[in-house]
Write a protein that binds this ligand. Structure first.
Ligand code: NAD
Length: 494
């Protein structure tokens, strides 16, 4: 990473963003604007359109028209593939510009942002572009006088609602498979991290995506997100975000056209360290990285550290040391390990969780407070709290910030019972040298993703999805395609 190039990009003024509807930039129907505050220093970076219900309805109508006339779905797979590959190339060619814009908007440290945002988004779009002409229908095992076939058809209009922690990466997880299969998409980025995703949508048009196939509307979730959820013309909602919003989307679907709703929600993922872990120093460093990167604003963050009692003190000391070695600060400096918390609201919520943890008997070993307040930005020290009980708030509620709670266990059975004691089931890990214990943990811990002797880093070849209140359906891998197709049975009498 070249610091001088990053500095030059951050010095640029960010132009105001409007919606992208029918391939054109469109202001809000009532002229409303939203201030976009940079978490780096708390200043207003730019504005976006504050979308209205009418704006969302216009975007959906445009997407529906584009789907019905076949300007994208009707193109040969090879033609769709060409456009998507060009889009991936454009994302890569503009990677630093996109990453810096995104960091100014959401505060993620630039090293991670560059890799996880444009880097991952381009890879995801390319993965589905390359897959789309290698997918076949099926012929069923019917009696000889029947031909039974199964076609995979696009569902129509997909509504994609995206959170603020990794907008481009998560956006691409929905856009890649949905567009590859011929659907039209209406995108609703988060209020507090929309800019890089809006720019990425513009690049899709530069790559040759026909107008109306991908529309993007900015604004409040309660306004434009609700209008999308209640629409009679959206066929699938693909959502990543909080459980509270996820519940609302299910209600909207029930109150409207019973659209399919796919939810990628939060987690309280257990990172279980046994005394026989192959390398405790390595485990401590990875445990710290597994919660504190992007200020803990990672859905799969290992936010509950479950440690075998015999190594508890030694391991906690190693995690504290690794945490204190992580430099928190300006996310656009290349040597920063942890950037800014996304918003003032999120920072205050994080601090509230620390206060609650202490009031419930937890001990803050390191961190615990706001830092670098003089910058005007929203920074928090990586925070390690020990003595967290099974039912404590810090064990049960997702913080989505840089706060790691530690709980001790004595036996493997107790570790499993603690791991499974929340309503969530997104990710988890076990550290052990014992092969059969490792496999037992994989089977026993109820999660969508289970790591052994590592944490995080799963790439696009494997699915990411939760169980329990962490959601349903999966992003990533070929399995994600299932969300964006309808199966059609053809039954022919020969
Ligand atoms: P959020 O639910 O507040 O917002 C997510 C999106 O929903 C935003 O675009 C928002 O505008 C929109 N929204 C809000 N209210 C709405 C409504 N009434 N109708 C329709 N849309 C509405 O979540 P967030 O704070 O942006 O994201 C953090 C959450 O996302 C955390 O819980 C985190 O764990 C989760 N997350 C999950 C994954 C995963 O893959 N499982 C990945 C990243 C983040």
């Amino acid at each position: 990473m070249d610091q001088s190039k990053i500095n030059a990009l951050r010095a640029q003024t960010v132009a105001a963003f409007d919606h992208l509807i029918d391939g054109k930039h469109v202001a809000a129907s009532d002229g409303g604007r939203m201030n976009i505050v940079s978490p780096i220093d708390g200043t207003v970076l730019t504005t976006t359109a504050a979308g209205t219900k009418a704006d969302m309805e216009a975007a959906i109508a445009s997407a529906r028209a584009a789907f019905e006339d076949g300007r994208w779905a009707g193109q040969p797979p090879a033609a769709r593939k060409k456009v998507l590959l060009k889009w991936a190339d454009l994302i890569e060619a503009n990677a630093l510009e996109l990453a810096v814009l995104g960091v100014r908007d959401n505060g993620t440290e630039i090293g991670m942002a560059l890799k996880a945002e444009p880097g991952s988004a381009a890879g995801t779009i390319r993965y589905y572009a390359e897959a789309l002409d290698k997918l076949y229908g099926e012929i069923a095992a019917t009696p000889s006088d029947i031909l039974g076939m199964i076609h995979k058809e696009p569902v129509g209009v997909v509504g994609a609602i995206i959170p603020w922690n990794f907008p481009m990466m998560i956006g691409a997880w929905k856009l890649g498979p949905a567009l590859a299969m011929g659907n039209s998409v209406v995108l609703k980025p988060s209020e507090t991290a929309s800019l890089s995703l809006m720019r990425m949508a513009e690049l899709a048009h530069e790559a040759g995506l026909p107008p109306g196939v991908l529309n993007a509307v900015t604004g409040e979730g309660r306004v434009v997100g609700e209008a999308m959820g209640l629409s009679m013309d959206v066929d699938v909602l693909a959502f990543t975000g909080s459980g509270t919003t996820g519940r609302r989307l299910m209600e909207y679907a029930a109150r409207s056209n019973m659209k399919r709703v796919y939810l990628e929600l939060g987690g309280k993922s257990p990172n279980i360290v046994f005394a026989d872990a192959p390398n405790l120093d390595e485990a401590a460093k990875v445990a710290a990285g597994g919660i504190f990167r992007n200020s803990g604003q990672v859905c799969v963050a290992g936010s509950r550290l479950l440690v075998e009692a015999s190594i508890h003190d030694e391991f906690v000391a190693a995690v504290a040391k690794a945490s204190e070695a992580m430099r928190v600060g300006d996310p656009l400096k290349v040597d920063t390990h942890i950037g800014a918390v996304n918003s003032d609201v999120q920072l205050r919520a994080n601090l509230g969780f620390v206060d609650t943890a202490v009031s419930e008997g937890g001990q803050v070993i390191t961190g615990g407070g706001r830092i670098l307040e003089e910058t005007g930005g929203y920074y928090m020290a990586p925070t390690l709290v020990t003595g967290v009980t099974r039912d404590a708030t810090l064990s049960q509620k997702e913080v989505f910030g840089p706060v790691l709670g530690v709980t001790q266990f004595e036996t493997e059975e107790e570790a499993v019972s603690l791991a499974n004691s929340t309503v969530y089931g997104l990710a988890g890990a076990a550290w052990t040298s014992n092969l059969s214990r490792a496999h037992k943990m994989v089977r026993a811990v109820r999660t969508g993703v289970m790591h052994i002797n590592t944490y995080g880093g799963a790439d696009g070849t494997v699915p990411l999805g939760g169980v329990g209140q962490s959601g349903n359906g999966s992003d990533k891998s070929l399995h994600a395609i299932e969300k964006y197709v309808n199966l059609k049975t053809v039954w022919i009498k020969l």
